[in-house]
Design a protein around this ligand. Structure first.
Ligand code: PEP
Ligand code: MG
Length: 604
């Protein structure tokens, strides 16, 4: 629960002068791997500048085109090898492929070769730098973020030109019978997509965060990974042995025999733990006294619906539809969205699916919208506020959701509602969307409209909101940010963001009580619901539905089954009298840790 130990080690690491024995990064994809390192050495190649004679110019242009074609073939091949569960991420590779055809990149490079009589490498470099400069000046975050994509694509072509294809190599471990770990400064999504096929069992990068496309892809491919492990390429060499701990975000360099034994034991324990929970997948979630709890999954990609179902989730409690809007310049058309939502509804086989309307703005990708630069994006044009400004886009999404509702039980959820007026405005849009569909002759079923409770004002007026809302889902990730005034993406204050803070517990209890009085369900879909010690406490506070990471479903189900409703309520009542997050954390540890010891140990 507390981040103290990771912070302490990082600090110790920064102070020590010896080469470190371990590196702390971000846990990007779970699992523990002991293996041999292969370093992907991609120090920036020095781009040569050469004058070419008039007679050589066309040959240089042809060389550039050849390299672009070769890069395209490579990217298409990688795209083709993506396993079906990672196909959604193909969009990122599509964007890279499109860039190779982009007139801005290709024509400019060719023009530079011809006008300045320079070699293909130099022409390419000029064009890449120019595009990056254009993106740099863009007002829109989306375009600024795309600079690294231009680099990925430019480097790929450059490596072709210089006869240094520097593709991710094949893993060596296959011959030596030991798993192989790729260590790179940075990996593009395309590189990551090729790792499984090349025989790698895990990877480590110097830079990156757990929410990057690369990390998301690693999770979809079930490839244990630690990203942002600063110094990995500096302190490791090809052939070194390493422990990749994707559960804790730790890299152990050149481990000794005892550390290897420990890691192997952890790896087996984790694998066994995952297997041991297989049995509960078909069981409904309930407390030890038999009170049923709706345990649902949070998903971001349509394919995760299948994982949610496989893991035994009783529906989707939160489908973050933002993913549909990233890496594209225009919002997804109604038809495309309908297909995606219908696929999720079908995958869940009759279990409820909660579709959240887009929550874009703040720290989330802005892509399909032209968002203004804001001083305080978290307090700015985000989520429902953006939806009510971009009404056409909002309505297209609502129409797609309503159409999907004809194929199974769908609930629609509005993010970041702060006032009753916003809820009413969103409902009016939903009714307008319904009217538009009916005018087309489409029959539309009744769909429950609920809201996320993630702003303090929504908690204060929860009684009023409950009268006009079909359900609540508490978003503690944001509720913590807005209630405790802690930027959720700022590592300097991350240690203060504690969901077990008394202020948050009171907000949850107050919301659950308002829902109960109005006779509507109250769910919780923040990351807190996946925390094994917090889950029973939430039930005690009156939350009736939890929505968690798909992979956390079996363990949260196991945790709930060991605590009775009465115990949970007693602990919750006591927690509400405590004054600090430390005291609450200690209370839940004392109350539940011994019952959940094996479950807690599996992730440690
Ligand atoms: C939350 O804020 O708790 C939540 C579930 O929404 P998101 O993390 O997508 O903002
Ligand atoms: Mg939120």
């Amino acid at each position: 629960m507390s981040q103290g130990s990771a912070d302490d080690s990082a600090r110790r690491l920064a102070l020590s002068e010896e080469p470190p024995t371990r590196l702390i990064g971000a846990a990007a994809a779970p699992g523990v791997v002991v293996g041999r390192v292969v370093i992907l050495d991609r120090r920036k190649v020095q781009v040569p500048r050469r004058h070419v004679e008039d007679s050589e110019v066309e040959a240089e242009v042809a060389r550039l085109r050849g390299a672009i074609n070769a890069a395209r073939t490579q990217l298409e091949a990688i795209r083709g090898t993506l396993p079906s569960e990672a196909k959604d991420h193909g969009l990122i590779l599509d964007a890279h492929l499109l860039m190779l055809d982009d007139a801005l990149l290709v024509d400019e490079a060719e023009a530079a070769i011809r006008a300045e009589k320079v070699n293909a490498e130099w022409g390419l470099r000029k064009s890449v730098e120019h595009i990056k400069a254009l993106f740099e000046r863009a007002e829109d975050d989306y375009f600024r973020e795309r600079r690294s994509d231009v680099d990925f694509v430019g480097e790929r072509v450059l490596r072709q030109l210089m006869g240094n294809a520097q593709e991710v190599p094949k893993a060596r471990g296959e011959t030596e019978g030991e798993p192989t770990v790729l260590v790179a400064h940075e990996l593009s999504p395309a590189d990551t997509a090729s790792l499984r096929n090349k025989g790698f069992s895990a990877f480590i990068t110097d830079v990156g965060s757990a929410t990057s496309h690369t990390a998301i892809l690693a999770r979809a491919l079930e490839l244990p990974a630690v990203v942002g492990a600063q110094g990995a390429t500096k302190f490791l060499a090809t052939g070194d042995r390493v422990i990749v701990d994707g559960l804790r975000g730790i890299v152990q360099l050149r481990p000794n025999a005892e550390q290897i034994l420990g890691a192997e034991a952890r790896r087996r324990r984790y694998a066994q733990f995952v297997r041991s929970l297989d049995g509960n997948r078909d069981q409904p979630a309930a407390t030890s006294c038999g009170t049923p709890i709706a345990l649902r999954a949070n998903i971001e990609l349509p394919t995760e619906a299948l994982i949610a179902r496989e893991q035994g989730a009783d529906g989707v409690g939160l489908y973050r539809t933002e993913f549909l809007y990233i890496d594209r310049r225009l919002p997804p058309p109604e038809e495309e969205q309908t297909e995606v939502y219908v696929a999720v509804v079908r995958a869940m086989g009759g279990r409820p699916v909660t579709l959240r309307t887009f929550d874009i703005g703040g720290d989330k990708f802005s892509t399909a919208f032209r968002l203004p630069r804001e001083m305080n994006p978290a307090l700015g044009l985000r989520a429902v506020r953006l939806a009510l400004r971009e009404r056409e886009v909002f309505r297209a999404q609502l129409r797609a959701m309503l159409r999907a509702a004809a194929t199974g039980p769908v609930r629609i959820m509005i993010p970041m509602v702060a006032t009753v007026a916003e809820l009413r405005a969103a409902r009016a849009e939903l009714e307008a969307a319904r009217g538009e569909l009916q005018a087309r002759g489409v029959t539309v079923p009744d769909v429950p409209l609920g809201i996320m409770i993630e702003t303090p004002s929504a908690v204060f007026v929860a009684d009023l909101l409950a009268k006009e809302s079909a359900f609540f889902s508490i978003g503690t990730n944001d509720l913590v940010q807005y209630s405790l005034a802690i930027d959720r993406g700022n590592e300097h204050v991350a240690y203060l963001a504690r969901p077990l803070d008394p202020a948050i517990l009171r907000a949850i209890e107050r919301t659950a009580t308002a829902a109960k009085q109005a006779g509507i369900p109250c769910a919780l879909c923040g990351a807190m619901a996946s925390d094994l010690l917090s889950a029973p406490l939430l039930i005690g506070l009156g939350v009736g539905e939890l929505s968690v990471d798909p992979h956390a479903v079996p363990e949260v189900k196991a945790a709930l089954a060991r605590v009775s409703l009465r115990e949970a309520r007693e602990v919750a009542a006591k927690a509400l009298t405590l004054a600090t997050a430390d005291e609450v954390e200690q209370l839940v540890r004392e109350a539940f840790a011994s019952k959940l010891a094996d479950l807690l140990a599996a992730g440690e």
